[in-house]
Design a protein around this ligand. Structure first.
Ligand code: ZN
Length: 498
């Protein structure tokens, strides 16, 4: 057996183990009885310990050495695979097993506490868990090492190559230009009537409709599922088992539908990863930012386009005859693109979304550098919302308790949402050019050409290239915010006549 094959087989087994952890986490969100939380924390903690020992084993270090010598240097995928596996190994080696286990145990319990404190709007219940998590993440950053800011050590987990400084270069102008565009929209005085979306849409019909919408985009239900959770997500155990979740509200059909399509976008990427490379970095998603570019592309560039609504509207008429009575495709298109500063990130329109991200990014930086204490987060949060979005959360449930991320220790994660938006716009513009105008295809309900373009340019590469490089290779240009601003200005300029 070659050294590379030996390494690939070891990594595949590690990936199988990780998929078991993922499955337990998925179960925790969708099926697990309430009182099983303690046992589940123990189960996850034990598996995490096992995984960590495997991922940090000297045996693996030796395999990486041998495989590295064997593949040498060059442009071959195997060289990239060993490089990325070695990067993972080096980072993990720096984390003591006890710290990893402490994180898993703490975040599992914190998840339950977050759900309860959010339901009761009681930040105090969550605070001790939150303080513990911030402390753990600071220790993670110290263990991983960084040059300028502890944030750099953590963001590297989600977006290789990024630092707080490189993110700021992108996020600051994005925040300024989004805020300016928002100002022009608000000053225009134009309002979009979105009341058609507040009518009653029966839940079972919504469920069928969500499956229809996801399947049409290209999500394969023979290799996936759709379930219900408070906070929608996508869990990919491998290309053949990809699980999506969404939520239902009879009076908020758009939330359920677009959450489903967003997660389906993630799922289409997971299902498109090369199966034969499962377990090696070449079979993994490139980064969280690239992952988010896929979900945001299907959600916004495709399913919030006028062409998409031209195609979808007759299906809405058929499946929701009462709710859609007297409405038009244009009315749905406009209602699904209404811009309004709001409290909740996941409900945010395409203009204000990145302002929500900028707020979390700033708060996390200050938490990690100890400029801000966990107990002061509600006040700081509300001040930032007032400053950037001109709204103040009436409760912490509508404020700093709204997102699951911090309870899971996901510090350094939020900016990947903005990177996703930026990458989505740049990739979509190129796909549109290469495919000779995708909107005409959407109007006919044809989504396969775009999916195939993404398979070819993004999915099949796994982690062969770093995120910014992958976007550059796919589009011919280094990532910038220009395609996104061009897209937003054209679309919302038309919608609001500005
Ligand atoms: Zn997403």
């Amino acid at each position: 057996m070659s050294a590379y094959t030996e390494l690939a087989s070891y990594l595949r087994q590690s990936r199988v183990l990780a998929s078991c952890q993922q499955l337990l986490s998925w179960d925790q969100e969708t099926q697990m009885p309430h009182d099983a939380a303690e046992l589940r924390a123990e189960q996850l903690s034990m598996l995490a310990g096992l995984a960590h020992r495997r991922d940090c084993a000297d045996e693996l270090g030796e395999m990486l050495e041998r495989a590295g010598d064997e593949v040498g240097s060059g442009d071959e995928p195997e060289v990239a695979s060993v490089r990325e596996a070695r990067r993972d190994f080096t980072r993990r080696k720096r984390i003591p097993a006890e710290l990893m286990e402490e994180r898993v145990r703490t975040t599992s319990l914190a998840r339950q506490a977050w759900i309860e404190s959010r339901a009761k709007n009681d930040f105090a219940t969550f605070l001790p868990h939150f303080e513990h998590i911030v402390d753990i993440m600071r220790r993670f950053a110290d263990a991983l090492g960084f040059e300028d800011h502890p944030y750099d050590a953590l963001v590297a987990e989600y977006e290789p190559g990024e630092t707080a400084a490189s993110l700021k270069e992108l996020i600051t102008p994005l925040q300024e230009r989004s805020a300016s565009l928002l100002g022009r929209i608000l000053d225009s005085g134009g309002a979009i009537d979105a009341s058609v979306l507040k009518r009653r849409y029966p839940t079972d019909a919504q469920e069928q409709f969500n499956r229809f919408g996801a399947e049409k985009l290209g999500f394969d239900f023979r290799r996936g599922r759709l379930d219900v959770t408070a906070h929608p997500f996508c869990s990919g155990q491998g290309p053949t088992d990809v699980r999506l979740t969404t939520r239902y509200d009879e009076r908020n059909v758009a939330d359920s539908y677009y959450s489903t399509l967003h997660e389906a976008g993630h799922g289409i990427y997971e299902q498109g990863l090369p199966e034969e490379r499962y377990g090696s970095p070449l079979g993994d998603a490139c980064s969280f930012g690239i992952h988010e570019s896929q979900s945001r592309m299907w959600e916004n560039h495709v399913a919030r386009s006028r062409a998409y609504w031209t195609w979808l509207f007759p299906h809405v008429r058929e499946r929701f005859p009462k709710a859609s009575e007297g409405a038009t495709a244009e009315e749905y298109y406009r209602a699904n693109n209404a811009v309004a500063p709001s409290l909740i990130r996941v409900d945010a329109d395409e203009i204000t979304y990145d302002l929500h991200i900028a707020i979390r990014f700033g708060l996390e930086e200050r938490l990690l550098s100890r400029e801000l204490s966990a107990g002061d987060v509600p006040e700081a949060w509300n001040a930032e919302y007032q400053r950037l979005l001109r709204v103040t959360p009436p409760t912490d449930a509508d404020g700093c308790l709204q997102d699951v991320h911090w309870s899971a220790g996901l510090f350094g994660y939020f900016p990947t949402y903005s990177l996703g938006n930026v990458y989505a716009a740049q990739l979509f513009a190129k796909a549109d050019e290469d495919l000779g105008g995708v909107h005409a295809q959407f109007a006919r309900g044809e989504f396969r050409p775009l999916k195939e373009w993404l398979r070819e340019n993004i999915h099949r590469h796994g982690r062969r290239y770093r995120p910014r490089k992958l976007v550059e290779l796919a589009t011919g240009h280094k990532p910038t915010i220009e395609p996104m601003m061009t897209y937003l200005e054209a679309k919302f300029g038309d919608l609001y006549s500005i």
